[in-house]
Design a protein around this ligand. Structure first.
Ligand SMILES: [Zn+2]
Length: 397
């Protein structure tokens, strides 16, 4: 199984200059090829594929204006054309929008190297056109004897450098015994059907306040000025910090959930998110939920677990998980309630239990299930099952 391992690294000034040049050439080649493909289609109804753009690249390199493309490694440029091809394939499959130009300011700066464009020896990585290996911070070990097949170098908006190594990895697939339902919340990040509540990282609230302050500060600066650029970098730094902490938190959490449970049931929040709420807390919790779902999908795939995604069309928080009676609608601030059968429920725990029961019944009867395999960019796959939507309306609980 292929798995990506990402690390920070610190380039020498020469390496940083080489990479910056490469990122610029990657962006230029991607944009020129996109323009050529778009023009060919809109003006002449011609389909231009990867091979044709590859021939164009060869021709561009021979012109005086674009001769500088020869100064960087040719592999990342070829990979940019492959990424563009993948973007078009997704567009034709209706799973993505029409590809857009890469912007100097907003797009991710990255370059992808395949085996012919790097040297991997004794745990040291040297990229094409560089004399010295990269100074990588090995924050966790690569699997024993692993050797990367693809290397992606990137720089984030806060100016930090990362290298991602795609390696073969063998993963333990011994079945686990547990089953868990997960309810997404705003106060506590998640509530499990076991009764456990998982909160946001400890510093999340303070970071959020810091972000709001940095954004206000940026808004006061004159656009394009030196102080504006400084303030913008500051916003990017706080953002990077929040996303790093969240990823770290969610990685630990999802690893534990997948290790302990054979079946994990989550709700599909896309419907619920149609309820508009523009608060920063809401945006952050939605981002966390999307990331949690993605992590659960690929980790369940690695370890052979069942991840069931249920549509939350049923009133899960006021349906008694003991006797099945439906309570009257209740206001959001009511955190617990007592059913006619005498059982007192924590609202979120009760919802998580109902989500678990719904997921288990989906697996047991197989009714309305369409299993599908999904694979991500790196070729990891996961089994996902979704229930058909049973009713059109969705009650807001
Ligand atoms: Zn009851």
């Amino acid at each position: 199984m292929k798995r990506a391992f990402k690390y920070r690294f610190y380039p020498s000034p020469a390496q940083a200059a080489e990479l910056a040049r490469t990122f610029g050439c990657v962006r230029l080649v991607y944009n020129m090829a996109l323009q050529a493909r778009t023009e060919a289609w809109t003006l002449r109804e011609e389909r231009v594929g990867y091979n044709a753009t590859s021939a164009m690249l060869t021709a561009w390199k021979q012109t005086d204006d674009l001769a500088f493309l020869n100064e960087v490694s040719s592999v990342p440029l070829q990979q940019a054309l492959r990424h563009l091809q993948a973007a078009f394939t997704n567009f034709w499959a209706k799973s993505a929008k029409y590809p857009t130009f890469k912007s100097k300011k907003r797009s991710r700066r990255s370059a992808e190297y395949t085996t012919s464009a790097f040297r991997w020896r004794d745990g040291r990585l040297t990229l094409a056109k560089m004399a010295e290996p990269l100074d990588i911070v090995w924050s966790r070990p690569l699997p024993e004897g692993a050797s990367p097949s693809t290397v992606t170098v990137s720089q984030d908006a806060a100016g930090r450098w990362f290298v991602s190594l795609l390696c073969d990895d063998v993963i333990d697939q011994t079945p686990a015994t547990g089953a868990v339902g997960i309810d997404a919340g705003l106060d506590s990040l998640l509530t499990l059907s076991t009764g456990e509540k998982i909160t946001n990282p400890r510093h999340e609230r303070a970071d959020r306040a810091r972000l709001a302050r940095a954004q206000r500060n940026l808004a006061r600066k004159e656009q394009g000025s030196v102080n504006w650029a400084k303030a913008r970098l500051q916003v990017a730094r706080v953002h990077a910090r929040i996303t790093d902490r969240r990823r770290d938190h969610l990685n630990k959490l999802t690893t534990r959930l997948v290790r302990e449970n054979q079946t994990i049931v989550i709700e599909d929040l896309t419907v619920r998110n149609m309820v508009t709420n523009h608060s920063l807390a809401r945006a952050i919790s939605d981002a966390a939920w999307r990331q949690l779902r993605t992590m659960l999908e690929y980790k369940a795939g690695w370890h052979g677990r069942n991840l069931v995604v249920v549509d939350r069309w049923f009133p899960s928080s006021r349906l008694c998980s003991v006797c099945g009676a439906l309570a009257e609608p209740m206001p959001l601030h009511m955190r617990s309630w007592t059913c006619r059968c005498g059982q007192t429920h924590d609202r979120d725990v009760n919802a998580a239990r109902n989500i678990l029961a719904e997921g288990l019944s989906v697996i047991a009867c197989g009714g309305g299930v369409r299993p599908q395999r999904e694979s991500s960019r790196t070729g990891q796959s996961s089994v996902k099952q979704e229930t058909q939507r049973a009713t059109a309306g969705t009650p807001r609980l």
